[in-house]
Design a protein around this ligand. Sequence first.
Ligand SMILES: [Mn+2]
Length: 438
Amino acid sequence: MAKAIKFIHTADIHLAKELSSNSLDNHNFKKIFSRAGKKAFENLVELAVSETVDFIIIAGDLYDREARSIKSSRFFLKQAQYLEKQGIEIFVISGNHDPAGVEKEVFELPANVHYFSSQEVEIFEYYKEGTLAARILGQSYRQKFESRTMYNFYTAPDQSVFNIALLHTALSKDNNRYVPVNKSELLSKKEINYWALGHLHQYQQINGNPAVYFPGTLQAHNISEQGNKGVILVEVDSNLNSKEKFIPLAPVIFKEVELDLETEKLNNITELQRLIAKKISKLEEKIRLQNENQKYKVEALITRLVIKGRTELHYYIENEREELEETLLEEFRSRQINESSLIWLHSVLFRTADSLINLEELKNNNPLYQNIKDLINEILNDQKMNQELLAEWGQIWQGDQNPEDRENYRFYADQKLQQDILTDAEKIIVSELIGDGD
Ligand SMILES: [Mn+2]
């Protein structure tokens, strides 16, 4: 029988990297923003202590190359010293944002911090009450890009204890910049019980048993990193069975929120503003309720409002889109004088259509409409047509869901974005069809 252990898996902390939002000029939100990264880390430390974990593993990008500073290094030093007093170890690999061959630690770190070499795979043994209780395997990035297939050499001597492997990777066989590897190759390493991955900023369970996880970033930094961010708490029993739980810790959340105007009858922009205010205050209420039930509070929600559906106001949206967005943002923000406000309106996107179109009638009388629907579905679902469409849309599409793999001003065309664009196109075509009939 092995010793039961408990640990926290985190990655992509990017200490000191600033959060970005559209023209954030509200004093209160600015303060929350500037503290968010540190606060998330302090929450992580508090969780580690309150859960009495044995150790914390950090799967790369603890620091951010551009943002690394003496102050952020000192911050980590202080947290590590505190954890040492609590008897909690820290195991760290370097990722592409804090490569070992380029970065040096600014301070002398306490003995509970264990950095993995970038030269070769290392195995650290974790002892609990004098008995070997876990092995942690890992290798750091040497440079910004890492094409070495280091996981090949992640070989544990036996399966008598829980073997944890730390790897910073995009988990894509074709991606030579961030350790090319796929899921089945990881699973072929039979002695590994837990693959602690880092690099992708979205929480993902890749496999159940053996466990393969991305914890995601600890605190989101922009609107493309949506939803709750946190860490994975892992409990391993004496039979080496593990239980994983995602724990949200980030004080700032970015989120897209949809406002459907389809069933509303709006006469003017004032009525639209009222609707927005109602939607946002509902959302705010929801967060307050959540906060009452959880230890780690959400301090700010950065929202992108997506306004959709057929509406009488489409005329303004079509002709004065930018002015309308600016007006809605300014009006909403200027009302946020309340210090306790939780929501910051980041931007407004419009996906509306003209309300004059009687769609049902059109569907029944015009077979062309059904053809458009069929074509859109086909484009989305047929791999080859989908590729052709992306080629047709031009060179602005690139990479996977991780924004750092993309060049500036390029986008990742996920299914939802493609669906949105095609739905817009459908509305334009239908509008034109109707127009011709007048
Ligand atoms: Mn990374």
